[in-house]
Design a protein around this ligand. Structure first.
Ligand code: ADE
Length: 252
């Protein structure tokens, strides 16, 4: 995958290239990480990328011309790219979006800064993306969040494709509880089934615990999910367990 980032903070992204998943994916030639300094696409002596808003008000607005010029020039040189404006006004990032992006041959991220980008940028991009309903000081950190979540889905990057299928959110289920040595910690024991060596029993236990957790912590996910027969059966078992607790409470 070709990744292009248009930014006024190229050093921030240069640093990210040397760490974790990005370093691995670059080394394995699974991604090309291209950082473009927005200032290189300005035409004035001061390399101005922002200006005060028409109509007045606080803050600065990113100018349209350097951004438009950067997009055009990068696409002329490298071919078309899926262009994403990073802004709190965009669609909220989720597993479906990262999966969609991970299948693109080329993506271009344009983190907005200051009070945003001139509205006329909108028709030059394919998607506006936010990482959540809160406002950060700029789109740079959100860009790295989006890239991390996307790059790890590219085949070969994690080196263990099956772990992706089992993962939280791809199945609309939270992950099951995990344990490692020691077997007993402050009198709390690892669930017996995990020590049994019975792979089928372990699989069933994990599925049930995933569903239990999701029901407690993120019931909204279950409402979006389609269930197979085994999952429906577990759902009924969990209902029985809950009913039993409620009955016990009511009995005092
Ligand atoms: N820029 C500032 N806040 C943001 C957010 N929550 N998501 C994406 N870009 C942003």
């Amino acid at each position: 995958m070709d990744i292009h980032i248009i930014t006024i903070f190229p050093e921030f992204f240069e640093q990210a290239k040397d760490f974790g998943i990005f370093r691995i994916a670059i080394k394995e030639k699974l991604i090309n990480f291209n950082i473009h300094n927005l200032r290189d696409y300005t035409t004035d002596r001061h390399k101005t990328t922002d200006d005060s808003p028409y109509g007045g008000g606080a803050g600065m607005v990113m100018k349209i011309e350097p951004v438009a010029k950067a997009i055009k020039s990068i696409e002329e040189e490298n071919g078309p790219s899926y262009k994403i404006l990073i802004t709190p006004q965009g669609k909220t990032l989720n597993a479906q979006v990262t999966e969609f992006l991970s299948k693109k041959g080329s993506i271009m991220l344009i983190p907005a800064h200051y009070e945003g980008i001139d509205e006329r940028v909108e028709k030059s991009v394919d998607m506006e993306l936010s990482i959540g309903d809160y406002v950060l000081s700029g789109g740079e950190i959100p860009s790295l969040v989006i890239l991390d979540a996307t790059v790890r889905l590219i085949p070969g990057v994690l080196g263990n494709e099956s772990s992706l299928n089992e993962e939280s959110f791809s199945q609309l289920l939270l992950e099951y509880p995990q344990y490692t040595r020691p077997e007993t910690f402050e009198e709390e024991k690892v669930p017996e089934v995990l020590l049994s060596g019975n792979h089928e029993k372990i699989r069933q236990w994990r599925l049930k615990e995933s569903m239990r957790r999701t029901l407690i912590k993120r019931p909204d996910l279950l409402l979006q999910k389609e269930f197979n027969r085994e999952e429906l059966k577990i759902l009924r078992e969990l209902r029985e367990e809950i009913n039993k607790v409620i009955e016990d409470i009511e009995k005092g």
